[in-house]
Every structure is written in structure tokens, then in C-alpha cells.
Design a binder for this molecule. Structure first.
Ligand SMILES: [Zn+2]
Ligand SMILES: [Zn+2]
Length: 327
């Protein structure tokens, strides 16, 4: 009974806060509210907030500092997480100190996800040292693994890791070999003028079929919490709009749902396409936000994630959040 009264009072307080905040909305945003006013009447709106500070004065302070992304049409706030970031400990060009300071200055919850068994962190001893550094900061401790590798870790390390992002960085050629995509990544991010193509467009469907097999195997055998930039392959760009790619995307989404793995919305790569994200939402798949920053200019750049939140109508409960409390 006491719990019921407390919950009722909390709901009333939170509703009051919403009304107060509504008055701050600029005039040009008013038309979009009128169509969705009924959302204010939904009794379960407070339940969407999962954070301890929701409904408190602290949250209002955070809002005033721009710490939360305001979804005007839904009259709700989505905490921005940047869970895909790199530092000088792997192949990033930003120090951990700068990364933490800049992301926190933007009001983001930060997870660091340097590459493992790749680009500077090559051994389990290196991973232990990396995690030791992260323990000194108020950040989630993540890693980004190459899906084409085995990356199971001993429990002593695995239990210190809040989440694992698995991404494809070398495209399977279908003959047991791998096609490096480094130069494609650099070209796509605008950092490589002298690009040389190292794959055959005639084999695009072949690459995708083998990539799907790779993803299926990895999801079945490895610890994976987030599928990173999963459509970042030249064959996805070149086959965009085809039935084949649509079927491939749906097969990936089915695997995400089957294995309860979150689908990353990538700030740097502006992927996956909005239609794939919309279908993922319909399937009840969780999402994750990540800038995939390696350079200072890309730190905390999550415009595409915010666009997806607004376009598809995502709320906080649509996002994967690591289980450990940061503060
Ligand atoms: Zn990656
Ligand atoms: Zn990355």
C-alpha cells in the first residue's frame, strides 16, 4: 500500500515536471506536440525512465546543462551514451583524459571500447593493463573485437568488461581468406585520397553470404553484446536498394533478435540505414549509440544516432545499457 502511494506521488511529481518543461518549448515546435498530446496521458510514462536520478532535481539540472537529448514529439528525454570510442591505447589519436573530459562536457555517458587482439592491444596482459587504466575513470569498460577472430577471454578479464562490441574489419573472401577493409574505412571517412580498390564488385553477393555465416557463427560462440557498424562493407554500399541486401539485412536482424544482441547506430559511419533501423525497432531489437571516434573531430559526434531517435521514435528503453552503475 505504502509503495502504491509513493509510486502515485512520484508519477504526479514527474507529470508536473513534464508540464513545467513543456512551457519551455520554442513556439515553432508546437505543431508537432498537438498531434501527440495523448502521450502525456499515458500512465506508464514514468516507467520509461530507468535512471535513478529521473524525476529528481538532479535530472532537471542535467537538462538545463544540455545533458539530455530532448525528443520534442515524445515529450521525453533520452540519455546519450557514447559506447564506441577509441583512445591512444589502441589506434585512436585521443588520450583517455581528453576523451573523458570532452564526452562528459557534452553530457554523454561514456564507454571506452578500444580494439583488442588488434591495433596495439594484442595480448591478454595488454587487455589487463588496458582495463586497469579504465578503472581510474568513471567510464564503462568495453572492448571492440574483430568478429573474424576468436576473442573469448578468461573469466578474470571477462568479468571486468561491461560490454563487447564485435565488428567486421576484414571481409571474408569465400575462399578461407580475408579482404582487409582498412583503406575502404579511410576512404569512407574521408581520410584517404590515394585509395586502391582491393575487392571485386562482381563478388558482392558472395562476400555478403560469407559475412552472414561469419556473423552467425560469432553470435553463437562468442560473448557479443553489441554488433558494431554491421553494414560497413563496400558490398553493402554497392548493393543498397537491392532485394538481396534487404534479405541480408533482415537475416542479420533475425540473428540479433535470436541472440539478444544490440544493433549499433554509428555516428561516424551513419549506419545502418534508417529503414533497417526501423525494422529493427519493429522486431524489438535493442540499439546502442557509438561515435566510433578515432580522431578529436569525431569525439561525441552522434548526430546520426539522434536523427534515428527522432525519426524512428526511440526511447531510453530501446537502448542497451551496461548493467554496472557508473556512479
Ligand atoms: Zn570497428
Ligand atoms: Zn571502432
Amino acid at each position: 500500500m505504502l509503495e502504491y502511494i509513493v509510486n502515485s506521488l512520484r508519477a504526479i511529481l514527474i507529470s508536473c515536471k513534464i508540464v513545467i518543461y513543456r512551457q519551455k518549448i520554442p513556439r515553432q515546435m508546437e505543431p508537432s506536440f498537438h498531434g501527440d498530446l495523448r502521450i502525456l496521458l499515458l500512465p506508464d510514462l514514468p516507467a520509461v525512465c530507468r535512471h535513478a536520478e529521473c524525476g529528481s532535481a538532479k535530472e532537471l539540472n542535467n537538462i538545463e546543462r544540455g545533458r539530455r537529448f530532448h525528443m520534442a514529439r515524445r515529450e521525453h528525454f533520452v540519455q546519450i551514451y557514447d559506447l564506441h570510442t577509441h583512445t591512444t591505447m589502441s589506434d585512436g589519436h585521443v588520450s583517455i583524459d581528453d576523451l573523458v573530459a570532452w564526452e562528459h562536457g557534452m553530457g554523454h555517458q561514456l564507454g571506452v571500447s578500444d580494439h583488442v587482439f588488434y591495433e596495439g592491444i594484442f595480448t591478454e596482459r595488454d587487455i589487463a593493463a588496458y582495463l586497469e587504466v579504465l578503472r581510474r575513470y568513471p567510464v564503462y569498460r568495453g572492448i571492440e573485437a574483430n568478429m573474424e577472430h576468436h576473442f573469448a577471454l578468461p573469466d578474470s578479464l571477462d568479468t571486468q568488461i561491461d560490454y563487447v562490441i564485435a565488428s567486421i574489419h576484414n571481409m571474408p573472401d569465400g575462399r578461407g581468406g580475408m579482404i582487409p577493409m582498412d583503406s575502404f574505412f579511410k576512404k569512407r571517412s574521408g581520410n584517404m585520397p590515394g585509395y586502391t580498390k582491393n575487392y571485386s564488385s562482381d563478388l558482392n553477393r558472395w562476400y555478403l553470404a560469407h559475412s552472414l555465416r561469419l556473423i552467425e557463427k560469432a553470435l553463437a560462440n562468442e560473448r557479443i553484446d553489441i554488433l558494431g557498424h554491421i553494414t560497413l562493407m563496400p558490398c553493402c554500399d554497392e548493393l543498397y536498394g537491392t532485394k538481396f541486401l534487404l534479405d541480408w539485412e533482415n537475416a542479420v536482424l533475425n540473428l540479433c533478435r535470436r541472440h539478444c544482441v544490440a544493433l549499433e547506430i554509428s555516428g561516424l559511419w551513419r549506419l545502418p540505414n534508417m529503414e533497417m533501423l526501423r525494422r529493427a525497432k519493429e522486431m524489438g531489437i535493442l540499439f546502442s549509440m557509438g561515435s566510433d571516434c578515432h580522431e578529436a573531430k569525431d569525439v561525441g559526434v552522434l548526430d546520426y544516432c539522434k536523427l534515428a531517435v527522432d525519426t524512428i521514435g526511440l526511447s531510453e528503453e530501446d537502448f542497451f545499457v551496461p548493467a554496472r552503475a557508473l556512479y
